[in-house]
Design a protein around this ligand. Structure first.
Ligand code: ADP
Ligand code: MG
Length: 345
């Protein structure tokens, strides 16, 4: 009888806690009319929204809900109902997918070709073996790694109307582009509204929205904490994505391993870079290119960036910074121990 009562009290306490938590989250988003600011967790990262203009609160809620839909219905590898999960569950067979996923597969294939294979959306199985971001992250056994890598290297994805077949033994992973795609989806929502200015950030990808608006974006210090910057970029309406070796990493036997993989070896890219920030009007491309350029390194990235009309800033391990011409005027350095090198390689 007493036990029963305790259980009941515990249940009520849990309910109260959940309610209080929900109210806190809601209050975060319910700021003054005409301005909507808040953050939540989606796509395994922090999504923050800063919107100014008519019906800002409603538009902000719509943006968040659209990103949630994108994750659950299309891109998530962890929600069984998403197109990506269905494709992965049926690897080696044709599976139905939504039109967004079909188009993303085409765009990723193009980037795979143009990057000479540096960018590959079929490395999900290899990433899983490493377990980045999990409690069990560790260097995988050679035989398992080689099997997953060979499947990803040798196979080809096939698309027939609204169905997709990825090679057996591979796992489709939009981890390198999902946050940028979320920025594109957010832009679509904003365009349907009367909002004049917005900043939507989805992990390392940011949408700067508003014709004629000016924005200042900090470039993170890859050697510092998450709010430490090496400088700022002054930009107009565009997208900015950063890929860095400081995200999702672990140390084993004194060596640090990070989550951006060399598709040739299946091991984390081991070059002289700490981060690559790409500025480009298209969210998908800014995100995809930041990963591709991290893999390719500075010199090999330049023609790819030019081909897509994108700009980039590279931060090297020795604290040197290189950037494409289009960013030279926009970037202001704020850390004296970093050096901007421009001109010849
Ligand atoms: P973040 O996820 O931190 O924003 P990125 O945009 O650079 O960083 O994407 C890294 C993710 O992309 C990895 O966590 C993995 O899911 C996937 N990935 C890793 N290596 C590659 C690669 N060579 N090509 C395509 N995707 C990759
Ligand atoms: Mg990326």
């Amino acid at each position: 009888m007493k036990k029963h009562k305790i259980k009941k009290i515990t249940a009520i306490c849990v309910c109260i806690c959940v309610t209080v938590f929900a109210v806190i989250i809601a209050a975060d988003f319910l700021s003054a009319a005409g301005e909507y600011k808040g953050s939540t967790t989606l796509m395994n990262t922090v999504v923050s929204v800063d919107i100014r203009g008519k019906d800002a609160k409603q538009v902000g809620a719509d943006v968040v809900s659209q990103i949630g839909k994108l994750e659950n219905a299309s891109l998530s590898r962890f929600s069984a109902a998403s197109s990506v999960s269905k494709i992965n569950a049926g690897a080696g067979t044709f599976c139905q997918a939504d039109s967004l996923v079909i188009s993303l597969i085409g765009r990723c294939e193009e980037l795979f070709e143009k990057s000479g294979g540096a960018f590959s959306p079929l490395l999900g199985g290899v990433s899983d073996l490493w377990g980045f971001g999990t409690q069990t992250a560790a260097v995988p056994a050679d035989d398992k790694l080689n099997m997953a890598l060979t499947a990803a290297k040798d196979g080809k994805t096939e698309v027939v109307s609204n169905t997709v077949k990825i090679p057996g033994g591979t796992v489709l992973d939009f981890g390198a582009v999902g946050k940028g795609v979320a920025c594109d989806e957010a832009r679509d929502v904003l365009k349907k509204s009367d909002v004049k200015r917005a900043v939507i950030s989805v992990g390392g990808s940011i949408l700067l929205y508003g014709e004629g608006q000016s924005f200042s974006v900090g470039v993170r210090n890859p050697l510092g904490s998450s709010n430490d910057c090496i400088g700022t970029l002054s930009l107009g309406e565009t997208c900015v994505s950063t890929s860095g070796s400081y995200e999702r990493k672990f140390t084993q036997n004194g060596k640090t391993y990070h989550h951006i993989l060399n598709p040739e070896t299946g091991y984390p890219v081991d070059n002289d870079l700490l981060s690559v920030t790409v500025v480009c009007d298209d969210g998908f491309l800014s995100d995809a290119l930041s990963t591709a350029c991290f893999v390719l390194g500075y010199e090999k990235s330049l023609s790819l960036l030019e081909e897509y009309g994108a700009q980039a800033l590279f931060v090297f391990e020795n604290k040197n910074i290189r950037m494409t011409d289009g960013l030279v005027e926009s970037f202001e350095l704020s850390k004296a121990d970093f050096t901007i090198l421009n001109g010849d390689v």
